[in-house]
Design a protein around this ligand. Structure first.
Ligand code: ADP
Ligand code: MG
Length: 418
């Protein structure tokens, strides 16, 4: 990574504002359901504490739409962080204002940690208001962005603030960029990407970048987007849901035939009833395996079939590098989870350098019980997707370069990726 990190600057005795990604799931009682993102921030926090910094943590949680919302308070996160860190973590009920200023400037000591309240309680966060960004900057002498999961957003706490202080990456941010960057920039080949998920429209940028710039050796397509491609190729897709935008994009991608290296499922699991991922499958629903080009009328595709899983698995096992984004079936429902499980096990068994990104894909890897055999599981869903699309991440771009950049500018996404 060509951005400075906390290892490149002196932090001792300094007030350091660290943007973390504590956008975690809470249960109905407000308890933290999954502390992966909190754990992922510990290295940076411990390193700063050990070097005698005064650590001020800031994050968003959920979508409070610019107003205080008690159910989206970061208070429960402060308690969980304190448990994980094994040290006191103070919590303040706002992220700017007199109380916060008094605390960080007069009370906070070297090696201490304070977490500020949800930054999205202020509308100026998401509008990236410069005056608000300056208020945040005024809390610190050094700004650290460790919120990879929010790096694709140009908000006040992820981007704006970086313009007013020395701004460097945290250790998680650096690791994310190093791992994701390595697989698309200098992968050991064969390089295989597996793309699934519900819609082509959300993945078209990734498909294009992987084919045209990264030049993957294999692109294995599964999930809901399969049906847009089949329909674009003039095949019957039954009752499978294909939105117009996805169909148009799929048509464009296959206008000269299926691009070289791209593999579509040859068999699919179909059902004759609608389904809801939050509920078990209707017990009256029939489920069967059919050739991908012969989906019966009234039936909809919900998973890749066993023949496809086997063929994809063979390609994965021969790969040296694997990128995976998006489940290949509706893995939340047991009857449609086999394909995604098979992919997860193939990736794990391949011994390839493997990177998994995307909210549901990460859940699927954990559900399959193979998380510890994946080289890198990204903490950023949308951010990892935009990175794989070759887009600049504003939160990363705003950080200081290790070596000053030459004057000449490069085409978007082609080079200069941090
Ligand atoms: P990620 O979060 O990993 O990037 P997406 O958000 O793109 O993945 O897509 C995940 C969702 O795609 C899952 O909830 C899964 O149920 C859904 N999905 C996968 N295959 C299908 C399918 N055949 N039909 C409908 N939805 C599907
Ligand atoms: Mg998702």
């Amino acid at each position: 990574m060509d951005k400075k990190t906390i290892d490149d600057v002196d932090v001792t005795g300094k007030q350091v504002l660290v943007r973390v990604d504590y956008n975690v799931a809470l249960d109905a009682e407000g308890r933290v359901l999954d502390d992966t993102r909190i754990s992922a921030s510990l290295d940076t926090i411990r390193t700063l504490i050990d070097r005698g910094a005064r650590v001020i943590l800031i994050s968003h949680l959920g979508r409070p739409r610019g107003k205080p919302a008690p159910d989206l308070s970061l208070a429960p996160v402060a308690r969980r962080l304190q448990d994980l860190l094994g040290r006191p973590v103070a919590f303040l009920h706002d992220c700017v204002g007199d109380e916060v200023n008094a605390y960080v400037h007069h009370k906070l000591k070297d090696g201490e940690v304070v977490l500020l309240e949800n930054v999205r309680f202020h509308p100026e966060e998401e509008t990236n208001d410069p005056a608000f960004a300056k208020q945040l900057a005024a809390l610190c002498e050094l700004y650290v962005n460790d919120a990879f999961g929010a790096a694709h957003r140009a908000h006040a706490s992820t981007e704006g603030v970086a313009h007013y202080r020395t701004a460097v990456a945290g250790l998680l941010m650096a690791r994310e960029i190093d791992h994701l960057g390595a697989v698309i920039e200098s992968p050991e080949r064969p390089l295989t990407a597996i793309l699934g998920g519900s819609k082509v429209s959300t993945k078209v940028g990734v498909i294009r970048n992987l084919l045209e710039r990264v030049k993957v050796d294999h692109l294995l397509l599964g999930g809901g987007m399969t049906y847009a491609f089949l329909k674009a190729l003039g095949k019957p897709v039954g009752a499978s849901r294909v939105d117009d935008e996805s169909l148009a994009m799929a048509r464009d991608l296959v206008k000269n035939g299926i691009p070289p290296g791209v593999a579509l499922p040859t068999d699919v699991v179909v059902t004759d009833r609608g389904f809801d991922i939050k509920k078990p499958l209707n017990p009256e629903a029939q489920v069967k395996i059919v050739p991908a080009e012969q989906i019966p009328e009234g039936w909809q595709g919900a998973d890749i079939g066993p023949e496809t899983a086997k063929r994809f698995g063979e390609i994965i096992r021969e790969s040296k590098t694997v990128i995976w984004n998006g489940p290949v079936g509706v893995f939340e429902i047991e009857a449609f989870a086999k394909g995604t499980n098979a992919i997860a096990h193939a990736v794990a068994a391949s011994g390839a350098t493997s990177v998994v990104g995307g909210g549901e894909s990460v859940t699927a890897v954990h559900q399959a019980g193979v998380a510890d055999q994946i080289s890198w599981i990204s903490t950023g869903g949308g951010a990892s997707l935009e990175f794989l699309e070759g887009k600049d991440l504003p939160g990363l771009k705003a950080l200081e370069d290790k070596t000053p950049k030459p004057e000449q500018s490069s085409p978007a996404g082609a080079t200069g990726r941090a």
